[in-house]
Each structure stands twice: as C-alpha cells, then as structure tokens.
Design a protein around this ligand. Structure first.
Ligand SMILES: CCCCC/C=C\C/C=C\C/C=C\C/C=C\CCCC(=O)SCCNC(=O)CCNC(=O)[C@H](O)C(C)(C)COP(=O)(O)OP(=O)(O)OC[C@H]1O[C@@H](n2cnc3c(N)ncnc32)[C@H](O)[C@@H]1OP(=O)(O)O
Length: 224
C-alpha cells in the first residue's frame, strides 16, 4: 500500500508557519522552565498561591479558536512532519524533554535530557518515560521507512536506571515487516557511553488499512 507522507509547508505560507513555529517553540521553552521550577521549588505556600494566581491569569490569555480533538495543527505535518505539541518531540509541549531526532543509515537517533519532572525513582527517569521515548523513536522509524503504523505491542527491558540531567541517546530502527505489521527495536543509552544499553525495547506496529486510517484520522488530507 502506498502511504503518502507529509509534504513540507507550501512556499506561500512557509514564512507564516515558521513564525508560528518559532513562537510556539518559545512558549514551550518558557513553560518547560516553569514546570522545572515548579517541581524543584521549596517556596512557601504564600508564594505558591501567588504564582498559581499569576499562572491562572496567563492561561486566560490563550483564548480564541481552539483546535478540535482530531484536527491536525497547521504547523504540523502528519505523518512524517513536525509535531509541535507531541509530548515526546514537541518543541511547544511543556511535557516533552523534547527529543531532537536525526536520521541515520539504519533508522533514527534521538537526543534529549530528562529533568526532575520526568523522575521515577529519586534521581532517575520514570520507566513510563523510557517507554514513551522508545515508542516514539521506533514509531518514527516506521514512518521514515515509509510504513507508518500504530503500536500494538511494546516490550520493554529495563537493564539499568536512566540518570536524570544527563544527555541521552535513543535509537529506533525497523527490523522487519510482514504485510501491514512492522517490527522495530530500540535502545536508550547515555550519550557519554553509547555501548552500555540502559533500556531496550521491541515493538510491533500496524499500518491501519485505508478505511481504518480515514476513520481514525479524519483530519488527514486525502492525497492522490
Ligand atoms: C497516510 C497514511 C497514514 C497512516 C497513519 C497510520 C499511523 C500513523 C500513526 C502514528 C505515526 C506518527 C508518529 C509516530 C510516532 C510515534 C508513535 C507513537 C505510537 C503510538 O502512540 S500509537 C498509540 C497506541 N496504539 C494504539 O492506540 C493502537 C490501537 N490499536 C488499533 O487501533 C488497531 O489494533 C489497529 C488499527 C492498529 C490495527 O487494527 P486492524 O483491525 O487493522 O488490525 P488486525 O486486527 O486486522 O491485525 C492486523 C495484523 O496484526 C496482527 N496483530 C494485531 N495485534 C497484534 C499484536 N498486539 N502483536 C502482534 N501482532 C498483532 C494481527 O494478528 C494481524 O496479523 P495477520 O494479518 O498476520 O493475521
């Protein structure tokens, strides 16, 4: 089955989209700093109440049209394009580390650093974060290989805890396909020691058939 991947933004709107993406990225950066400060602070209850009032006031400024649940943001491309609000790679997401992804000969490699907001055991990354990082890298590797799919199975192995505030390296690659099934593998290491696997994963993705794809993603533009 031919899967059309997202095209880069049309030239006419490219400047507008770049400005939007830059602003979204800036707000995401500030929100991540707020999240970090929030989970680290030892401020008094009075200060926390005052900050909560300020944040409520700021939130009230983000009014106007809100995107519908299944709408694909104009700044995004799906599948295969930017995902500005992804909780893993989204530069605009306060939840994302965010992971920066580059292609390799064999798949994809991601770089990020987890903070205290992503903590599981004290000082170490939450196991669910590791699963999210690997799911994303393997899922994007499927898309990069021309076979985008949804995760139907994710097998995690946690060999050693992941240190926080330490540059990490996440690898995702496709290991095989069988009709609509795509098999993938991934690893997390530190950037300093890429030969010691901290977490490894195997996953199965499935490309939904065209009817299912249309039903799942009504915002996806039909392409020839
Ligand atoms: C322009 C086209 C666009 C297409 C876009 C498609 C996907 C793109 C999605 C994301 C890509 C974007 C970014 C990637 C980055 C990150 C990845 C994040 C990934 C996620 O965060 S994703 C959320 C969690 N994920 C789900 O929310 C899935 C819930 N699920 C379903 O929505 C259905 O499951 C569905 C529709 C996937 C398939 O449904 P279906 O009806 O088409 O499939 P069916 O049942 O026919 O199975 C077909 C064959 O798979 C075998 N099979 C089934 N289950 C298996 C399993 N567990 N293990 C091994 N094999 C399995 C069967 O045995 C059969 O095999 P066989 O053909 O050999 O008999």
């Amino acid at each position: 089955m031919h899967i059309p991947l997202a095209e880069p933004p049309a030239a006419a709107g490219a400047e507008h989209l770049e400005q939007q993406q830059a602003a979204i990225t800036r707000l995401g950066h500030e929100l991540r700093a707020l999240v970090e400060a929030t989970v680290r602070t030892a401020a008094s209850a009075d200060t926390l109440h005052r900050v909560a009032d300020g944040v409520r006031h700021v939130t009230g400024q983000l009014t106007g049209r809100r995107r519908a649940r299944t709408e694909i943001p104009e700044v995004d491309g799906f599948p295969g394009g930017p995902r500005m609000y992804s909780p893993v790679v989204g530069a605009g997401s306060p939840l994302a580390p965010p992971v920066r992804i580059t292609p390799t000969d064999d798949g994809l490699i991601g770089h990020c650093t987890l903070g205290i907001a992503h903590e599981g055991p004290p000082g170490y990354g939450h196991g669910g974060m590791s699963a999210m990082l690997l799911d994303e890298l393997m899922g994007q590797a499927c898309t990069a290989a021309g076979t985008p799919g949804l995760t139907v199975s994710l097998q995690m192995r946690y060999h050693q805890p992941i240190p926080l505030e330490t540059p990490l390296r996440i690898v995702g690659r496709v290991t095989g396909t069988d009709k609509r099934k795509i098999f993938a593998a991934g690893t997390i290491t530190t950037q300093a020691d890429p030969s010691t696997d901290l977490v490894t994963a195997d996953a199965v993705f499935i490309t939904p058939d065209p009817d299912r794809t249309r039903a799942l993603f009504p915002g996806l533009e039909e392409e020839a």
